[in-house]
Design a binder for this molecule. Sequence first.
Ligand code: SAH
Ligand code: SF4
Ligand code: F3S
Length: 475
Amino acid sequence: MSEKRSKTVPAEELERQKEYAKQVRELMLLRTRNPVPLAHVHTYGCQGNVADGERIKGMLAQMGFEFTEDPQEADFILYNTCAIREHAEDRVFGNVGALKHIKERHPATILGLCGCMMQQPQAAERIRKSFPYVSLVFGTHVVHRLPELLYRVLTCERRVFERPDGDGVVAEGLPVRRDGVWKAWLPIMYGCNNFCSYCIVPYVRGRERSRTVDAILTEAKEIIAAGYKEITLLGQNVNSYGKDLPEPVSFARLLKSIDALPGDFKIRFMTSHPKDATRELIDVIAESRKISHHLHLPVQSGSNRILKAMNRHYTREQYLQLIDYAKKRIPDLSLTSDIIVGFPGEMREDFEETLSLIQEVRYTSLFTFIFSPRQGTPAAEMEDPVPAKVKSAWFSELLQVQEGIAAQRSAAMVGQVVEVLCEEMGKDGLLSGRTDGNVMIEFSGKPELIGHTVKVNVTRARNWILVGEAVAEAE
Ligand code: SAH
Ligand code: SF4
Ligand code: F3S
């Protein structure tokens, strides 16, 4: 069967890239105006894109680059873009426009664009026509070929556009330079097969493909050995993990294997698609010590009519049944979700069903978006009679309702002792981190607690942030 064919990039191909990396290293040393070549990599969008950015930085480090936050001094500027909503794209075009003066001042600077937006033909075309000073554009399926692509830019004196279509590949063994100090992203699968009618992701990221359990466990062990305290498993729909492997494995089983690894770390994961989230998954969370009691389960809408038009394959009732089971099984479970307001054809009644659903579930927090038509998706072609002003009013109403729920939930936390991974100390001298349920908390305590899991007494709730004081290091 074709879907069982290996999608893994052959080892010889990665060796070839290492050879290019050596060449780029030499060429960049001659080209740079800095003591060592400097790269500025900026990633937009979701954690999956951030994880790609970490591999891109790993490869750049292999090519001799160090990194700078300041694009003015960089020899190579790369924007790793996102196409999820129009606003995300507008920001990229705006920021690319602003790079022109850097290129004028330092003509040797190489400007590059990659990521989901560049996988869209019309966006790549606009870059080709309107931003001639961008010399490298590559799509999501060729990230592992960055050394070769940079080599071509450096040697051909021509713009390089490499953005093949296709179902996508899995590249193992790429170097990773992680952004986080205590928290690490771990992609377990790539792509998406769901084609929710509003969403561009399946078009720009290819089909679902899973990494093997071995590859994931190897990376998890590296992460733990490097001292990270939290691993977040990533996929657009982690619940369909493993279905495409030659010997299928369920996500619940993968979770159990990671949970069984020795070490002091917590596990999170995202995103779960409600149509594939099972009671077995809830049971694994309930029975594990290392998996956080937090479930991000994007519902998108509370109206069955709209869920159908969105092609989500579950009903409000099925969703609520699963939530009900999860709450019974894990009483301190923290739930979060994504909601789209103003999907084409959404009426006031539909929107009110969303309001009533969030009141019933009582989420810890929500990521809320106004529908943004994406060229090439079915929803972009649907009748959309509701004026933008009405959609914004609904959006504000939704935020207000959720703020009320979050405030009540936070207030109920006061007086409780919660476990927090202490991440950093702010300018105000307060430590901060997130609770197991993924709520931000600031607290007083000694700086030595940074990097440790701490028991914190919650003394106050400030909007959606909790405030407290450290009482002890958790065992
Ligand atoms: N795979 C995840 C979502 C990834 S995109 C899932 O299925 O839940 C993150 C969120 O962006 C989505 O959950 C959705 O709420 C929002 N989103 C995606 N496309 C959108 C669009 N065209 N307009 C507005 N919001 C959108
Ligand atoms: Fe987009 Fe749906 Fe896939 Fe999530 S599951 S990435 S919303 S198509
Ligand atoms: Fe954006 Fe691509 Fe992620 S479109 S949300 S960066 S998968």
